[in-house]
Ligand binder design. Structure first.
Ligand code: FES
Ligand code: FES
Length: 161
C-alpha cells in the first residue's frame, strides 16, 4: 500500500484538504478526487498539453506534477478560469472562429492562451504559435486557434488605448 500525504491547497479559490497517495498526479487529483473533469488527461507523459492548469500563476502540466507536492499551492483549472470571466472574450473568439472542434484540447489550450493574454500582450502571430506549441490539437490545424488568440489580443490592446 502506498503512503498517503495530507495536503491543503486552494483550488479555484476554494480551500481543499485531502489525504492523497504519494504518487497521485495533479490531473488525477483534480479529475477523480475533486470531480473537476474540465482538465483532460491525454498522453499522461507531458507531451500533449491537454492537462494544462495554472499553479501559483504559472502554467504546468497536471500529469507531471504530484499532488503531494502542492501543499499550500494555488491551483486554477479551466472551471475556475471561466467562472471568473477572465477569458470570456477569448471563449467568444474561439466560438466565432470554430477554434474548438472535438474540444479535447480546448481547456488546456485556453489556459495556455490565457497565459499569453496575461504576460505577452504584444505577442506576434509567430510568438502565439510558438507559445501554444506544447498544446496539441488534432482537429483545427491551429489556424483558427491562433486567429482567436490574435484577435483577442488586438481587441484588448484597442480597449486599453
Ligand atoms: S496529459 Fe499531460 S501533457 Fe498530455
Ligand atoms: S479541437 Fe480536437 S484536438 Fe483540438
Amino acid at each position: 500500500m502506498s503512503a498517503r500525504i495530507d495536503i491543503t491547497l486552494t483550488v479555484n479559490g476554494e480551500r481543499v484538504s485531502r489525504s492523497v497517495e504519494a504518487r497521485r498526479h495533479l490531473i488525477d487529483f483534480l479529475r477523480i478526487d475533486l470531480g473537476l473533469t474540465g482538465s483532460h488527461a491525454g498522453c499522461e507523459h507531458g507531451v500533449c498539453g491537454a492537462c494544462t492548469v495554472r499553479v501559483d500563476g504559472e502554467i504546468v502540466r497536471g500529469c507531471l506534477v504530484l499532488a503531494a507536492s502542492l501543499d499550500g499551492a494555488e491551483v486554477t483549472t479551466i472551471e475556475g478560469l471561466t467562472d471568473t470571466g477572465e477569458v470570456a472574450d477569448l471563449q467568444e473568439a474561439f466560438v466565432a472562429r470554430n477554434a474548438a472542434q472535438c474540444g479535447f484540447c480546448s481547456p488546456g489550450m485556453v489556459i495556455a492562451a490565457a497565459d499569453i493574454l496575461r504576460h505577452h500582450p504584444e505577442a506576434s502571430r509567430a510568438e502565439i504559435r510558438e507559445h501554444l506549441s506544447g498544446n496539441y490539437c488534432r482537429c483545427t490545424g491551429y489556424q483558427a486557434i491562433v486567429d482567436a488568440v490574435e484577435s483577442t489580443l488586438a481587441t484588448r490592446r484597442e480597449g486599453a488605448r
